[in-house]
Design a protein around this ligand. Sequence first.
Ligand code: FES
Length: 93
Amino acid sequence: MAKVRFEMDGIEYDAADGAKLVDVCRDAGSSIPFGCTNGICGTCIVSVKNGSENLSPKDAEEGHTLEMFGAEEPEHRLACQCVVHGDVDLDNP
Ligand code: FES
């Protein structure tokens, strides 16, 4: 189990190891918005405040989309492209 904390919503949710973050966000009732869910539209940009090492690594395509939307800090991720492998804290970008 992994604890996913949504700081913007005051929600803490137990996620299964290997769960897609998009599913966790929806199941937890978080306010993180989603559009394409394919890593293209940039709607789901989040800041990972703690536990970035517990998410699947950022690939080149995700990095390219984040760059296009000016979210170039290491803490920025596309929630639709992450898989959860441990505790993580998320907030608005
Ligand atoms: S929902 Fe479109 S990039 Fe994540």
